[in-house]
Design a protein. Structure first.
Length: 327
């Protein structure tokens, strides 16, 4: 069985009765009082004076690295914060709805909207928000949920029981901090369950010959197999596209935009010894240059002239530095 779970929106519709997902009949809207306790704590600390955006400060203070939606068993609390302060209404659009989007509850007159459900299989849910303002409706993604997939992109509710490797496609239009750089982020098994763990990060620079030809070296599956076999310590792998790798600003963009964004959104060991940059083919020279330029950011670099087959050599080299837990 392939251990790499690629989050594509179409997977959410794999089990259907007619045109309706099976789990459609196992979703119940709950009362506001049944929202996740963390949201209740947030409400208790809602600033009564001062700018409404103080809520974001309180939010970050209470949540830390916690992302939304809030999941506790089968109870799921969806939350949307309207940074524009212009929204008159926000609806939740999800693939479990029979009669169209559901209107979300607005907390007082704040920019925060929420909705609570009991969902039999929350990991099958894909969703977005319909934000209404000035007579228009825009389909928005969840800015606090890093699990995004598909084209056009949709949010995926994380499966907290998932112990398989996950591949997230990060759309740059959703995150201005990335300055237009798209990423693929491979999360190791048990990432969503072992919340106390942080991980080394490998930045994998794409070889443009592979991207131009549309070929794939199945890099994600190679890492997934190594994690499963315990030959390689679990780590986060970030694939950077060839057009970015070959740009003149690659070294700067890596240290200024990409790495800070990854460190902010995932549980990383951000120090140089746990930060690796690797590549081959057309990525060889950019990786070497970035390694020389970013010595305070990237602790190790690895290059090869073996083409797509270099992935197995890379994993072998990494296993000497980050060996898996052998029984």
């Amino acid at each position: 069985m392939r251990m790499l779970l690629v989050l594509m929106a179409t997977l959410a519709f794999a089990s259907c009765t007619g045109n309706k997902p099976v789990y459609l009949y196992h979703v119940t809207a709950l009362k506001p009082s049944e929202a996740d306790p963390r949201l209740d704590e947030l409400f208790k600390h809602w600033p009564t004076n001062g700018p409404a955006d103080d809520l974001v400060r309180v939010w970050n203070s209470w949540l830390g690295s916690q992302k939304t939606p809030f999941i506790s068993g089968n109870h799921v609390t969806f939350v949307y914060y309207d940074f524009s302060h212009q929204a008159s209404e926000v609806d939740l659009k999800a693939n479990f709805q029979k009669d169209g989007p559901d209107k979300m509850i607005r907390f007082r007159q704040s920019p925060l909207f929420y909705k609570v459900y009991k969902i039999y299989a929350p990991e099958d849910v894909i969703y977005s928000f319909l934000v209404k303002q000035s007579g228009t409706t825009q389909n928005q993604l969840d800015p606090f949920n890093p699990f995004v997939s598909g084209n056009p992109p949709v949010n995926v509710v994380p499966n907290l029981r998932q112990t398989q490797t996950r591949l997230n496609h990060i759309a740059p239009e959703l995150y201005p901090q990335l300055q237009g750089i798209s990423l693929e982020v491979l999360l190791p098994p048990d990432y969503l369950r072992n919340l106390a763990a942080s991980y080394p990060v490998l930045y994998l620079a794409e070889d443009s010959s592979s991207s131009v030809q549309g070929a794939t070296d199945d890099w994600g599956q190679s890492f997934a197999d190594s994690f499963t076999a315990n030959t390689l310590k679990p780590m986060i792998v970030v694939k950077i596209p060839a057009h970015e790798v070959n740009s003149a600003s690659f070294a700067r963009d890596l240290s200024t935009f990409v790495k800070p964004w990854i460190d902010a959104h995932y549980r990383t060991l951000a120090d140089p010894p746990n930060t690796i940059l690797a590549g081959w083919g057309t990525a060889d020279q950019p990786v070497r240059q970035a390694g020389r330029t970013d010595q305070g950011v990237v602790g190790r670099t690895w290059v090869s002239d073996e083409g797509p087959g270099s992935i197995s050599l890379l994993i072998r080299a990494l296993a000497t530095l980050f060996p898996g837990a052998q029984p």
